[in-house]
Design a protein around this ligand. Structure first.
Ligand SMILES: Nc1ncnc2c1ncn2[C@@H]1O[C@H](COP(=O)(O)OP(=O)(O)OP(=O)(O)O)[C@@H](O)[C@H]1O
Ligand SMILES: [Mg+2]
Length: 452
């Protein structure tokens, strides 16, 4: 477990900073319970200041069970609807009341997600449970309708001194030998993001170097980790903990990370058996993800994350040094393309599913692997293309123009060789027949001669 997770406060009292906001939140839940204010609440504030933590702590303090959902996950709406719409849904199996925590609602503000936002607004109207939403930026114009229907509580970045006191406590509990100056540098560098500070402390401790010089080297990264950073950490490390660390403050859902890893594993790993092992872990992670979503058992996400990060990381025997240019998953970007492109995708999926007897949904999951094989091994790729009866357009969609050309050249050459061989065989046969005829004629002659 990461230190940020290990030292996550369980109760509101333990949450540091934002004293007024904490009070406001308490007042809200009391008003909710008494029926005075049934609006959902939005906790708005920068990353790592304790939004999710406060929501969970409040639930615990007031004896609610929490259902935690990510707002930008399209499945969330379905789950919430099945829970909050009915009176039965207001109690958990343990007979306790349910509080819905809808994390990161600002993630749905894109124009593509108008439907998602409408869905949430509808749900709010009928909900019989208290709902807490969290967001980094609630003042985007597109979120106005949501803002108007909720009580907004603003959280501020955690002051450097407060961060410092938390770091000191953790350092003491972990038995670290670290001087005040180092901790101060870490605290300052985090710019109000307590999670980032704790993560920095942990990664410096993991690296065995806790000096002011090391703390100064903490690069001026954007506190929100990009998916590039996450896959770089996973693909470069051979350390279990570091791999897990990669997912901690990542703002992407597990499915997205999965696609990114699938796309980039063969770009980093050079040994075929490592690529195979890594894919094996990835597909196991995928299994857990599917199960988590089907059973709405989100604790399974933990296993999926471990398989996806540490499993993939440890699939390699040793580190690959040097810079690897990672790329965006092809399948991922292509889904956003034109209608014509989507038609091609549809054809590809239906070909895969009819040849291999799987659902088109499952076929879509296989696309990443297929693209990778086509690119890495055009000869094997050619066999697959023949098997699935893909057209050149379709192969180009899955890879790129050059690869498609290469594969179809291979296929053409194969075809040519086949035709030549057939011709040869045919010529051979004709030749043989002629010879046989000759021979039999010869025989006839001898026979005739014999008879004469
Ligand atoms: N106010 C706080 N008091 C104590 N610990 C905190 C506080 N804020 C953050 N932390 C630490 O940072 C970790 C992450 O905090 P949390 O998940 O609540 O951040 P968040 O505000 O929800 O961030 P995000 O916007 O990225 O979702 C916690 O597990 C905890 O260790
Ligand atoms: Mg959060």
């Amino acid at each position: 477990m990461s230190w940020a997770e290990k030292y996550r406060p369980k109760t509101l009292d333990e949450v540091v900073g934002n004293r007024e906001a904490k009070e406001e939140l308490r007042r809200w839940i009391e008003d909710y319970i008494s029926g005075r204010d049934r609006r959902p609440v939005i906790l708005a504030g920068p990353p790592g200041c304790g939004k999710t933590t406060m929501a969970r702590a409040l639930a615990r303090d007031y004896n609610f069970d929490v259902i935690e959902l990510n707002a930008s996950d399209t499945r969330s709406a379905e789950v919430i609807r099945s829970i909050v719409g009915s009176a039965a849904g207001s109690k958990s199996v343990f007979g306790r009341r349910i509080l819905v925590l809808l994390d990161e609602v600002d993630g749905i503000s894109g124009s593509m997600d108008k439907g998602g936002l409408r869905e949430i607004l509808n749900i709010i109207k009928v909900a019989k449970n208290p709902i807490i939403m969290t967001a980094n930026d609630i003042y985007k114009p597109s979120l106005k309708p949501l803002r108007e229907r909720c009580k907004v509580i603003n959280l501020k970045p955690i002051p450097t001194n407060t961060i410092l006191s938390v770091l000191k406590k953790i350092a003491r509990k972990e038995g670290l030998e670290v001087d005040e100056e180092t901790l101060k540098l870490i605290a300052k560098h985090a710019e109000g993001d307590l999670r980032a500070a704790i993560n920095d402390l942990e990664s410096l401790a993991l690296g065995g170097s806790l000096s002011p010089e090391d703390a100064k080297k903490l690069d001026n990264r954007n506190v929100e980790k990009s998916i590039f950073d996450a896959i770089r950490m996973i693909l470069k490390t051979t350390n279990y903990n570091v791999a897990l660390l990669a997912l901690w403050d990542l703002k992407e859902d597990p499915e997205t990370l999965e696609e990114w890893l699938a796309e980039n594993i063969p770009r980093e790993y050079k040994k075929m058996e490592e690529v195979a092992t890594a894919y094996d872990y990835l597909s196991k992670a995928d299994l857990f993800l599917g199960r988590a979503n089907r059973r709405q058992n989100y604790s399974l996400w933990r296993y999926a994350s471990a398989l996806m990060s540490a499993g993939v990381a440890l699939a390699k025997k040793e580190k690959y040094r040097g810079f690897t240019p990672y790329v965006r998953p092809k399948v991922f970007t292509k889904l956003l393309q034109s209608k014509a492109q989507r038609e091609i995708l549809k054809k590809i999926l239906s070909k895969i599913s009819s040849k291999t007897h799987v659902s088109t949904k499952r076929a879509r999951e296989d696309l990443v692997y297929l693209s990778t094989i086509l690119e890495r091994d055009p000869y094997l790729g050619a066999q697959l293309v023949k098997f699935f009866e893909f057209t050149e357009d379709e192969v180009e969609y899955l890879t790129d123009r050059n690869t498609a050309k290469k594969i179809f050249k291979i296929l053409k050459e194969k075809e040519k060789k086949k035709v030549e061989k057939k011709k040869e065989v045919k010529e051979d046969k004709v030749k043989k027949k002629k010879e046989e005829k000759k021979e039999s004629k010869g025989k006839q002659i001898t026979l005739e001669a014999f008879l004469q």
